[in-house]
Write a protein that binds this ligand. Sequence first.
Ligand code: MN
Length: 411
Amino acid sequence: MHSWIKIDKNSDFSIYNLPFGIFSEADNIKRVGVAIGDEILDLYAAYELGLFKDLNFDISVLESDYLNAFIALGKAITVKVRKHIQDELCASNSILKSHPSVFIKQAAVQMHLPVKIGDYTDFYSSIEHATNIGTMFRDPDHALLPNWKHLPVGYHGRASSIVVSGKNVHRPKGQVILAPDTAPVFQASTRVDFELEMGFIIGKSTKLGASVSTAEAEDYIFGKVLFNDWSARDIQKWEYVPLGPFLAKSFASSISPWVVTLEALAPFKIDGPSQDPAVLPYLNFDGMKNYDIKLEVSIQPKNCKATVVSQSNFKYMYWNMNQQLAHHTINGCNLNVGDLMASGTISGKHPNSYGSMLELAWAGSKPVELIEGGTRKFIQDNDTVIMRGHCEKGPIRVGFGDVKSTLLETI
Ligand code: MN
């Protein structure tokens, strides 16, 4: 495919991608846009030019605070919207070409949270991450708990504190234990960490009582984003037994503004790790369900160069999204459009592919050297954490842009 729009060959937003997001200009009116190269195609304006007239949906879904109403049209419509845009951006006689005002520079707009997130679930599906955490928090000889290889472990998180890239986060306060067998003290967390994750956004609701099979799961997934699950390790270590993470996670999580569709990611499907022991039948699946998405985390102290501290890949996931969704709904729990499911920290086998500071600096015992700004065991005030992700196959590049936020001092 070749577009008449100028797109840098290293752009995440190639003609093969066309992710959806919510943007606004000086008038603060939020609209649905599609990223292409350095530009955004204003879908409301494209609709007014008649681009989607055969699809018969209401224009109001394109001038909205969130993508939910657009996504709720269903893939029968949204896949065609993306295809129409792709065709127009390649057609030499495109109506868009003669109306340059439908394009806005990405640098000139404000991006917003792409979806109104009803419910948010965080999984724990990287075997390397779960093994590392189990080794540090519990027992190296029994790092994985007995259930881990039988079901995708997860917890219900907090949706209200999920923010879009660019919104900064304050260091949380809470109860921590300073020395073994002592009473807790109340203070600002000294172990604020990132978690390199990806999230997927539910594109189709289900009725209470219904289950989604692994074969059907892709019909229910609209697309994916980068996800930084900010975590306070000192608060987590004290509070997490027996019901799992609570205040150590709910103070903030950050997501990238562009939702990359499953259709754009389809060329990058690969096989995942083999699962042993065999899973129960409802978790079985056919075909390739993992995705080869290169991921990277950088830390940038204030007024310093950024240092890449981790290079990981979404393909390392032990449990795939189809299995996560099948498990999530097997009890009849319903899904709503705009729900967010996060992968859990994505660590690889090699220490430079670990997806959190807890693992990279091994609970503070191996400080990470930065190019500028000293060493880090955890994240310091005024450090900016930047996560990027992209897929590549020959000339095809599909990327997520970034999720970037700065940790500010405690309020
Ligand atoms: Mn997490």
